[in-house]
Design a binder for this molecule. Structure first.
Ligand code: 6PG
Length: 472
């Protein structure tokens, strides 16, 4: 292999990086890879096949020398400092016009900072979200590129071939300038948190409330996955209940510690939504429940002396299972509605110019939140690109209205049973709040004005008003 022939170089040969490199190589591209950890370079050498044009490098200078110019370099390293440190190391070896693509879960503010800094030095930068885990990286992820359009055009063919394909369309598209790609990936993950929590709540009610065994759960989620709930997360939930623990013989999920970890993208979604004053209550509830789950020791102590009702469901079991399915489906729609509404406002605020139908399109395959529902979302958004909220479309309004009684029944039952269902309940409150022409915020305004002279507006006349509330 002569120098300077590789189409792309990948830095970060962890399992995601290696798999994405092998994926690109399957499509006939010629590649190089580098990692500070030489064992990972060796691992790549083991995994590649004779047909693959993969030429790993053991030194950064060698890696750079193998790349065709202008160079395209992709980073798949942990978000945060490692990205800055790789950029610092590689920068002096690059020439004007070379392209760096950060495909990790970087915070969008970091992406904007890096884009600006690298543009000042004549380098092109793309912040690119990539979803689908290890398997997706290997056989077709959903790819969410943002940043320089010129850079995207250079790698478009490669990314399109490596991405998941749905109905002959690749799950990748240029999303917008600056940090658009990483912002979209962050919201993808926020939705992921919301849906995972919704599913977990149905599991809790089925197990604690109805005494479902792992076997029953496996069958039920499998059945749900064959209907309107068809989605990757429901599918893997069914697989999880089918997996036993070799050590104890129990279903593996039952010996897993109930303390959920998080890398940060869920809480970033919540934070930015709050900054932009966009309500995302289902996502916020999911983050809060991960935090509550982390208080394992404290919860165990509290369980000794804080009593509540019996979690056993006393009503019609079959009917309740049907209600749970409808409640989960409405919760999912309401979570996508919140995520899409956030993307709409963020796009205006940050100047991304996102096309939300395109976002829904590239989420239909490869990514963790892929679901049959996304085809309907894509279709509604392409017909009405300026829709403020999915709930304002006739189709989704009907989907949720037609299931609201079931969602209400599940939330009320859970409250009576003492089983926490904040994601289902917050989804319902989002629906009820959104459809309320008048909310009690007038009282909050009055209270603010009472104690802090913060003023208020009136419903009948324009202007800002203050009342001397205390008469003494
Ligand atoms: C994906 C996933 C991926 C990762 C999450 C996990 O889209 O492929 O979202 O990015 O698994 O970041 O996030 P938490 O550790 O925060 O759950």
């Amino acid at each position: 292999m002569e120098n300077k022939h590789c189409d792309l170089g990948l830095i970060g040969l962890g399992v995601m990086g290696r798999n994405f490199l092998l994926n690109l190589a399957d499509h006939g591209f010629s590649l190089t890879g580098y990692d500070l950890d030489l064992d990972k370079v060796k691992q790549l050498n083991k995994e590649k096949s004779d047909e693959h044009e993969i030429h790993p490098a053991e030194h950064l200078a060698d890696f750079v020398a193998k790349l065709r110019r202008p160079r395209a370099i992709m980073l798949l390293v942990p978000a945060g400092k490692p990205v800055d440190s790789v950029i610092e190391d590689i920068k002096p070896l690059l020439d004007q016009g070379d392209l760096i693509i950060d495909s990790g879960n970087s915070h969008f503010n970091d992406t904007d900072r890096r884009s600006e800094m690298l543009a000042g030095q004549g380098l092109l930068f793309m912040g690119t979200g990539m979803s689908g885990g290890e398997y997706g990286a290997r056989y077709g992820p959903s790819i969410m590129p943002g940043g320089t359009r010129e850079g995207y055009q250079r790698v478009e063919n490669m990314l399109s071939q490596a991405a998941a394909q749905v109905d002959g369309e690749p799950c990748v598209a240029y999303l917008g300038k600056g940090s658009a790609g990483h912002y979209v990936k962050m919201v993808h993950n926020g939705i992921e948190y919301g849906i995972m929590q919704l599913i977990a709540e149905t599991y809790d009610l089925l197990k604690r409330g109805l005494g479902f065994t792992a076997h029953d759960l496996q069958d039920l989620y499998r059945e749900w996955n064959s209907q309107e709930l068809a989605s990757y997360l429901v599918e893997i939930t069914s697989h999880i209940f089918a997996t036993g623990d070799e050590k104890t013989g129990e279903p593996l999920v039952e010996v897993i510690l109930d303390a959920a970890k998080q890398k940060g993208t869920g809480k970033w979604t919540e934070w930015d939504a709050t900054d932009l004053q966009v309500p995302t209550p289902t996502i916020d509830a999911a983050v809060a429940m991960r935090n509550l789950s982390g208080l394992k020791g404290e919860r165990q102590q509290a369980a000794e002396h804080l009593d509540g009702p019996s979690a056993t469901y006393g009503g019609d079991r079959q009917k309740f299972v049907g209600h749970l399915k409808d409640a989960l489906y409405s919760g999912m729609i309401l979570t996508y509605a919140q995520g899409m509404a956030l993307l709409r406002i963020a796009s205006k605020h940050y100047g991304y110019e996102l096309d939300l139908a395109t976002v829904a399109r590239i989420w239909r395959g490869g990514c963790i939140i892929r679901a049959a529902l996304l085809e309907d979302i894509r279709s509604v958004l392409s017909g009405s690109p300026n829709l403020p909220n999915l709930l304002m479309s006739r189709d989704f309004a009907q989907e949720v209205m037609g299931r609201q009684n079931q969602l209400r029944a599940v939330v009320s039952a859970a409250v009576q049973m003492g089983v926490p269902v904040p994601a289902l309940a917050e989804s319902l409150s989002y629906f009820d709040g959104y459809r309320s022409g008048r909310l009690p915020a007038n009282l909050i305004q009055a209270q603010r004005d009472y104690f802090g002279s913060h003023t208020y507006e009136r419903t009948d006349v324009q202007g800002t008003f203050h009342t001397q509330w205390r008469k003494d």
